[in-house]
Design a protein around this ligand. Sequence first.
Ligand SMILES: [Zn+2]
Length: 310
Amino acid sequence: MKNRMKVLIFSAAIILVIMPLSGCLDLDESDDDRIGIIVTLPPQIEMVEALGGNNVKVTEMVPSGQSPHAYEPVPSQIKAVAEAIAYFKIGTGIEFEVNHLDFLQEKNQDMKMFDCSVGVPLLEVGEQYNGHEHTRDNIKELTRGDHDEDPHIWLAPSNAKIMVRNIYDGLVTIDPENKNFYEGNLHLYLTKLDELINDTHSKLEQYTGREFLVYHPSWTYLAYEFNLTQLAIEESGKEPGPAELAAIIDKAKEHNINVIFISPQFDKANAEYIANEIDGRVETIDPLNENYIENLQSVINKLMNTFNID
Ligand SMILES: [Zn+2]
């Protein structure tokens, strides 16, 4: 009896020692009872985790540093899709989704598909060069189903508010028992987005209409929300030819622009060439950062700092 007791105590001690370590081991995924959620882009990770907390396990399809206009899913991602309960898509015709969503749904036909863009006012992809400027007044709002919408909806915080409401609806559909938990988290995150929006409006009020020059036009919705003007070097994914380059350089000089913003996903060479022509510099702003709110704050500060220079 005594010996059995010793064995029991010894086993319990071993379990107690091993248990905390097991957190570091790669456990079989069936032990993980979190809800598997797939998103297309890294900024959606923060949105889903802000609402879902420890109830969700989020996997992004286009990793940070890759382009959602070109990326192809790899086997480990297809495995995550096969085990997921739901997919929250961006829903705006971004190439990754157009090219791969049907295939991914086929890999997991039970996976529920939710569209983050429902209710987001869409803007057209505008002509970017040859004298065309994207100001708030000449950007066209589209009706749903038009095919020339600008896909980068997540980059305006007022759109993010609509996206997280759609995510909330999705989470409640999947897991209605935890509705109150998701609702509380939704309101906390909406409050943070409202703070970002109000703070940015007051910061940018004095810069209404000011121009910024980007390589890839990801920032149409941000410019639209805060009354800025986006000038872009690339148009519809095409590199500029010599005539377009000359027009951009003229525009930049006309507006005293001396910073070219590029996404980390893009090659610097063309941007460096233009920077040299306008006696300026290249700076990086990331449209796909996983820390959504913090990153937008940093982007807005970087834009604002260039407006201060004469
Ligand atoms: Zn893009």
